[in-house]
Design a protein around this ligand. Structure first.
Ligand SMILES: *[C@@H]1O[C@H](CO)[C@@H](O)[C@H](O)[C@H]1NC(C)=O
Ligand SMILES: *[C@@H]1O[C@H](CO)[C@@H](O)[C@H](O)[C@H]1NC(C)=O
Length: 188
């Protein structure tokens, strides 16, 4: 008995410790009232913008950071970092509404298929400072490519949706391209 008692006491203290530790573990998470975050009604926004990928010339907006594997016909392995203007019209001189910042990499060995990972950083009007994040597969020679919008910030918090990209113009001599992006985004 004399030897059992300390063991039981020790077990009790140990269990108490575990219970307290558990309670403590979960105290960093709490359920919130949606209204406090201003989450009233989810809406769907559509916008059409033009993405300018300038690869050639003296002021490129897309720069290579990893070259393609030497004998690949699909530039497999290539990575380019981009800071591409997003404009309202197809001409680069039309009003700029933001920039597409991120990178794309050639991730297909059978066809030209890019992995796009980019933020559309808006700079116009009430959207100035808000972003949406696009992560998806872009087979650039397909007529329409669809990519998911996986999130956003600012006015696009909790964003989800998709974009449809359509090449408006492509210069095969230097790789410059203008792509029409139709974005469909659910947010609050
Ligand atoms: C690239 O090189 C490898 C090994 O030298 C070869 O097996 C493969 O067929 C080549 N691919 C192309 C697209 O030429
Ligand atoms: C967007 O916000 C930045 C930083 O707050 C500001 O410097 C810039 O003038 C704004 N642009 C427009 C078009 O409102």
């Amino acid at each position: 008995m004399a030897t059992l008692f300390p063991t039981l006491a020790a077990q009790f203290i140990f269990c108490l410790f575990i219970v307290l530790a558990r309670a403590d573990d979960q105290s960093f998470v709490r359920t919130m009232d949606r209204k406090l975050l201003g989450l009233k009604k989810e809406k769907v926004s559509h916008f059409r913008i033009y993405w300018h990928d300038i690869v050639g010339g003296r002021n490129p907006t897309a720069v290579p950071v990893v070259p393609p594997s030497s004998n690949s016909s699909t530039a497999f392995g290539m990575i380019r970092v981009i800071d591409d203007p997003l404009t309202m019209g197809p001409e680069l001189s039309s009003k700029m509404v933001g920039r597409a910042q991120g990178f794309y990499s050639s991730a297909s060995q059978q066809e030209v298929g890019l992995l796009m990972a980019m933020n559309f950083a808006f700079m116009e009007g009430k959207y100035n400072g808000s972003t949406i994040t696009i992560l998806g597969r872009n087979t650039v020679f397909s007529k329409v490519r669809e990519m998911p919008v996986i999130g956003g910030s600012g006015l696009f918090r909790f964003a989800r949706g998709y974009v449809q990209a359509k090449t408006h113009w492509f210069d095969p001599t230097n790789g410059d391209a203008v792509v029409e992006y139709n974005c469909y985004v659910m947010h609050y």
